[in-house]
Design a protein around this ligand. Structure first.
Ligand code: PEP
Ligand code: MN
Length: 333
């Protein structure tokens, strides 16, 4: 970290700042220019509050030279992480597609969708049991019954399941869930992330609606700091000024996250676009950009879906998308 001091900084001020920084366990290198004094901080600066330093009258600017995320950082873990899920692998050379409805609605619905996406080649079944809806009057999910139905579909198809958690108190219900999803709205629910750090199940961490990649990686860091290294990052579109689409798919997040971190990166083109016909081009683009996987919403009757029907593919459309994605994947690997 580099701290630039103003020309007005007095000797006493500089000495007391250096003493404080050394008290934080840092080595301080001083260099003096014609007007400015530069303090180079060496050591673990992750505990240093940049805004606190910037707020000091004698400080001109502060620049972090290394990232505040350590466990998720590729610098300290050059190889891609490969995460195991119910006998499958995701990350590195391993690519997986997660598919299923936005919400689990009934035994017939989840089972028929599971069977069709499985037949198309999807490896992991998705389905929401706890739904984070903008309106409290909208369908909130089947809760524990939804998880039971997913487990039944898992039994019938052999597919591992991924479903969203919204409250750490619900963890006992997720005992047999293969991947626990943290949705966009909970990306910075730090108490939830800490609890998920205490278990060893894979966590699919979705990027928040208006969060930077560094914030996403810091949220992964919360989980990893507890010892759970099984984190999969998910780009699901961010909120921008564009409103023809539900969100804007930040495709550059894929190569950037892969550069910054060793964690697998998957893309959710369904929430990113909000429009079923855009799912295919966005899924293909995500794979071309290097995604380790996709999460796609599929419904047997999108027009009557209880949640996110407009962005849901029919099983036939999903089959088509899967074939296209496979060809792109072959072309780029
Ligand atoms: C979902 O996967 O159904 C969901 C609610 O996603 P997100 O958190 O990305 O909005
Ligand atoms: Mn959804």
């Amino acid at each position: 970290m580099l701290v630039v001091l103003k020309p007005s900084a007095t000797k006493e001020q500089i000495q007391s700042l250096i003493a404080w920084l050394e008290g934080q366990g840092l080595i301080v290198h001083i260099s003096r220019g014609e007007f400015y004094t530069f303090l180079g901080l060496i050591g673990d600066t992750s505990q240093i509050d940049v805004t606190l330093l910037e707020g000091l009258a004698m400080v001109d600017t502060v620049k972090r030279l290394s990232e505040p995320f350590k466990s998720a950082n590729r610098k300290f873990h050059p190889d891609d992480s490969i995460i195991e899920v119910g006998g499958l692998k995701i990350g590195g050379p391993h690519f997986q597609v997660m598919a299923g409805p936005c919400s689990v609605e009934s035994p017939e619905q989840i089972l028929s969708i599971a069977q069709s996406v499985c037949a198309s080649g999807a490896a992991i079944l998705r389905g929401g049991a706890f739904k984070p809806r903008t309106s409290p009057y909208d369908f909130q999910g089947l809760h524990a019954d939804g998880i039971e139905l997913l487990l039944e579909a898992k039994k019938q198809t052999g597919m591992p399941i991924v479903t969203e958690i919204m409250n750490a108190n619900h963890l006992p219900m997720f005992e047999q869930v293969d991947i626990i999803q943290v949705g966009a709205r909970n990306m910075q629910n730090f108490e939830l992330l800490k609890e998920l750090g205490m278990i060893r199940k894979p966590i699919l961490l979705k990027r928040g609606l208006a969060n930077t990649l560094q914030e996403l990686l810091m949220s992964a860091e919360y989980i990893m700091a507890g010892g759970n290294y099984n984190v999969i990052l998910c780009e699901r579109g961010i909120r921008t000024f564009e409103n023809y689409t539900r969100n804007t798919l930040d495709l550059s997040a894929v190569p950037m996250l892969r550069e910054l971190s060793h964690l697998p990166v998957v893309v959710d083109p369904s929430h990113a676009s909000g429009i079923a016909r855009l799912v295919q081009p966005m899924a293909m683009a995500a794979v071309a950009a290097g995604a380790h996987g996709l999460m796609i919403e599929v419904h047997n009757d999108p027009a009557n879906a209880l949640c996110d029907g407009a962005q849901s593919l029919t099983p036939e459309q999903f089959d088509e998308v899967f074939k296209k994605v496979r060809r792109v994947r072959e072309a780029v690997t």
